[in-house]
Design a protein around this ligand. Structure first.
Ligand SMILES: C[S@@+](CC[C@H](N)C(=O)[O-])C[C@H]1O[C@@H](n2cnc3c(N)ncnc32)[C@H](O)[C@@H]1O
Length: 394
């Protein structure tokens, strides 16, 4: 691709115009990194057949895609879930706009050492290495093949940050402490290692997600005894830190679907019309905060429109609920069974969200010590706090 510098410059302009890129150091980095060298191939799923299609960056038809503000799947592979065994995206490169937004929020300065969790293609590591220099950038990915490729491709374009195949939940103790830790995969709580490996005064930027869509980016400052900070005003999402998926016994991520005996279910109606997590992400987060285990979410597809229809929520304790997409005078049918009344939790969360004055993400924050973690509204010691129980693996 011989005109990549023009394309990278256009991408930078696009991100500036979209309000996702402001500072000259990061503008220079976006202009300088040949993204196609780090993403020589990407994958797209055919919306009709579901088949995965391979796109080759050397094909001029895909040049624009590589230098656009889009996330691209960069590794696919077989995985087992409620859908059975299927090919799914295993790694992706996030939208450049999300990366620049996060890098700017990270407030890095010359001489800072930064640990990135989730190397993927190495694009983010390249931006960091351009800004700070190779010796200040450390990046880990659990996928050894990706690490090899990223290291090789980064070297090919003149960058040599430290890239290591390791479980990011453990951080990278051999090069700690860091001024900044940035995670480009999501966690259900802040791993203790990140807290311990961040310098006092340093920052951690991570995507905390308790289940699919239930959480957001949070920027935490390290104090002597804790890390603390607020969620980002705008929602964003990453794929889960991989060992956490194995932990989750919900139909969204792993394991067998919960067996449902419809005769067992209580049948009732609901007037909550925000059925899907993304209809009200904050209320969905509140619902998940009050349910002790991860809520799995699935929906059927409307045969005519192809849009999401009936919703199914499940938890590992065997609880489930089905909510009908069809309304009758504004009410929908709910079938609910098992020890955890899941739709009741969603209804209560919507009610609470209204009572609290419809708070946006940035009224919520998180505090993590080595012993406990909690989400709060407005202040760490407010009347509204919710415990976060880190899984034993973190
Ligand atoms: C969204 S991608 C990262 C994108 C990357 N920053 C880039 O610039 O292309 C998420 C990455 O997290 C990695 N990952 C998943 N679980 C991990 C873990 N436990 N430790 C480290 N990396 C992990 C995945 O292999 C995947 O490459």
């Amino acid at each position: 691709m011989n005109d990549w510098t023009d394309r990278a410059a256009t991408l930078a302009d696009e991100l500036i115009a979209a309000g996702k890129l402001h500072y000259p150091e990061w503008v220079a980095a976006v202009r300088a990194i040949p993204r196609h060298e780090l993403v020589p191939v990407f994958y797209e799923q055919d919306p009709v057949t579901g088949d995965w299609l391979t796109r080759d960056a050397t094909d001029p038809a895909w040049h624009d895609r590589i230098y656009s503000n889009r996330a691209l799947f960069t590794k696919i592979g077989e995985a087992t879930g409620s859908w059975g065994r299927a090919v799914v995206g295993l790694s992706s490169t996030s939208t450049p706009g999300l990366m620049t937004r996060m890098l700017e929020a990270l407030d890095v300065h010359d001489g800072h050492d930064v640990l990135e969790i989730g190397t993927g293609t190495g694009y983010n590591a390249a931006l960091l290495a351009h800004r700070l220099g190779d010796t200040h950038v450390f990046s880990v990915d659990i996928d050894g093949d990706l690490v090899e490729l990223a290291r090789h491709r980064l070297g090919g374009i003149g960058y040599r940050p430290i890239v290591v195949a390791a479980d990011g939940a453990r951080g990278l103790p051999e090069h700690a402490p860091y001024h900044r830790v940035i995670a480009t995969c999501s966690v259900s709580a802040i791993p203790r290692a990140w807290l311990e490996q961040t310098r006092i005064g340093g920052l951690i930027l991570a995507d905390v997600k308790l289940s699919v869509h239930a959480g957001n980016l949070v920027l935490l400052r390290r104090h002597a005894d804790r890390v603390e900070g607020r969620f980002d005003r705008n929602w964003a999402g990453f794929m889960s830190l991989r060992r956490e998926v194995a932990r989750a016994a919900s139909p969204v991520d792993a394991g067998e679907p919960v067996a449902r005996d419809r005769h067992e279910a209580v049948l009732r109606t609901t007037d909550v019309d925000t059925l899907r997590p993304w209809d009200n992400l904050v209320a969905w987060f509140l619902a998940q905060l009050t349910v002790p285990t991860e809520i799995g979410y699935r929906h059927t597809l409307d045969e005519q429109t192809g849009r999401p229809a009936d919703v199914l929520l499940t938890t590992a304790d065997g609880s489930w609920c089905e909510i009908s997409d069809r309304t009758d005078d504004g009410f929908r049918e709910v079938r609910e069974a098992g020890p955890t009344p899941l739709w009741r939790a969603v209804e209560n969360a919507h009610q609470l969200w209204q009572q609290l004055g419809q708070p946006g993400w940035d009224r919520f924050g998180l505090t993590a010590t080595t012993d406990r973690q909690w989400v709060w509204l407005d202040a760490p010691d407010s009347d509204h706090t919710w415990p976060l129980d880190p899984p034993p693996t973190l």
